[in-house]
Design a protein around this ligand. Structure first.
Ligand SMILES: Nc1ncnc2c1ncn2[C@@H]1O[C@H](COP(=O)(O)OP(=O)(O)OP(=O)(O)O)[C@@H](O)[C@H]1O
Length: 261
């Protein structure tokens, strides 16, 4: 099956610092020819040590950053930067769940308004009120919370609101950056389960960035490992965890504490 989201040969170089005033500015290659394919409904993990390029890759995949070379395609269509309205088709298909929802949700807005916002911004046709109710139901958020504001929510509830916001436009792909890292263990389990169910029920493809390999193992049958901006492993998660080939993968497996079963 063809990929719902595909990156080919992505390169991203940042202007670095000068080690001293008369030195040449060092450049840092944050992405080095990254290829990545996500099939419809697939759950894929992206792991790597701090600074390996995960956020840069996510930003390029989300068309929030422009790679120096390479392409991103969604449903076979090239994703090009330009006027925001020109990317609406893409933003409806590919949504993002940030790492720390509590700090990204506008504290002045109600839950209902927060979930409706992307529908309005992306000019999604149809009944927005019904779409908000459906999204809240999908993340199992009590409809009684619709008029609450983020400050009145628990961490788990705020994460569900962030998920509902991302799901409201009925995307084909969800990119989630450490979606459970700020949550306590019990809530973390619930959100992990929810992500799995959403993907299984709705045919939603998921690209998950996580430092926690137990979350990765629970959710994602396939894992891509980034090291110094390059993909160094891309294979079945259970095989990768049982027998890590690359030193970077071995270091991740050795270092990450696991959730108790
Ligand atoms: N805006 C920027 N300007 C300069 N260098 C940057 C910028 N953003 C990232 N980098 C550098 O690019 C490299 C990759 O960074 P990136 O944030 O993508 O890694 P990461 O894997 O997401 O790390 P973490 O897990 O700590 O979030 C790092 O060396 C980082 O210092």
């Amino acid at each position: 099956m063809s990929a719902v989201l595909a990156a080919t040969g992505l390169e991203r170089t940042y202007a670095g610092t000068r080690p001293h005033p008369w030195a040449r500015r060092e450049r840092h290659r944050a992405l080095r020819g990254v290829d990545l394919q996500l099939a419809p409904g697939e759950r894929l993990a992206l792991v790597g040590s701090s600074g390996s390029g995960k956020s840069t890759l996510l930003r390029c995949l989300l068309a929030l950053d422009t790679p120096d070379a390479g392409t991103v395609h969604c449903d076979g269509r090239p994703v090009r930067h330009g006027r925001p309205a020109g990317l609406r088709w893409f933003r409806r298909r590919v949504q993002y769940v940030p790492q720390d929802p509590a700090s990204t949700l506008d504290p002045r807005m109600t839950v209902g308004a927060l979930v409706a916002e992307p529908l309005r911004a992306l000019a999604v046709p149809g009944d927005h009120r019904a779409a908000v109710a459906t999204a809240l139901q999908r993340v199992r958020l009590d409809p009684g919370l619709t008029d609450r504001r983020p400050g009145e929510l628990s961490g788990g509830q705020a994460q569900r609101v962030a998920l509902a916001r991302a799901l409201a436009p009925a995307p084909e792909v969800l990119l989630a950056d450490e979606p459970v890292s700020g949550l306590d263990l019990a809530v973390r389990r619930q959100v992990v389960e929810l992500l799995g169910e959403l993907s299984a029920d709705g045919g939603l493809a998921l690209l998950l960035v996580s430092h926690d390999l137990s979350v990765v193992a629970r959710l994602c049958p396939r894992t891509v490992v980034l090291d110094d901006g390059a993909v160094v492993e891309d294979r079945a998660t259970d095989a990768l965890l049982a027998d890590p080939h690359h030193p970077a993968t071995r270091a991740l497996v050795a270092a990450v504490p696991r959730l108790p079963a």
